[in-house]
Ligand binder design. Structure first.
Ligand code: HEC
Length: 108
């Protein structure tokens, strides 16, 4: 019985550890900067179609902020029914990062 208790304590401990690890990427207090966090996501997942030459360029900080201000950026990333093809679809943590960045008023 004592062993079981100790085992479950250990399991609980691991649970806590993995939990705090996962939170590093979604920590609400973390400042999400465009440069370190957002721009690599956009470059990888969006710029194939949203380059400077496209009708809706998002290659520059100001352009992406504009999409954020007009509400289209979050509207698109937070819907299942978006236009972004599967290989470029955003991971959950990437969506969270973009949403936080918008809520934090676009740290550069
Ligand atoms: C395969 C090409 C393609 C990819 C990849 C793509 N987009 Fe788009 N996106 C478009 C096209 C085409 C439009 C304009 C037509 C439309 O709204 O469906 C558009 C429109 C938008 C708009 C609205 C622009 C406006 O002002 O009306 C936003 C915001 C947007 N995309 C965000 C993104 C984000 C964020 C990503 C990356 C996660 C992304 N898109 C990836 C093709 C793409």
């Amino acid at each position: 019985m004592k062993i079981m208790l100790q085992l479950s304590m250990v399991a609980f401990g691991f649970g806590m550890l993995s939990c705090s690890k996962a939170e590093i990427t979604t920590n609400k207090d973390e400042v999400i900067s465009y440069k370190s966090r957002i721009s690599p996501i956009i470059a990888e997942k969006c710029l194939d179609c949203h380059s400077m030459e496209s009708s809706f360029p998002m290659a520059k900080y100001e352009q992406l902020v504009q999409e954020g201000i007009n509400g289209k950026l979050t509207a698109i990333i937070n819907t299942e029914n978006h236009h972004i093809p599967f290989p470029m679809a955003l991971e959950k943590t990437e969506k969270e990062a973009i949403n936080l960045w918008v809520n934090q008023n676009y740290p550069e």
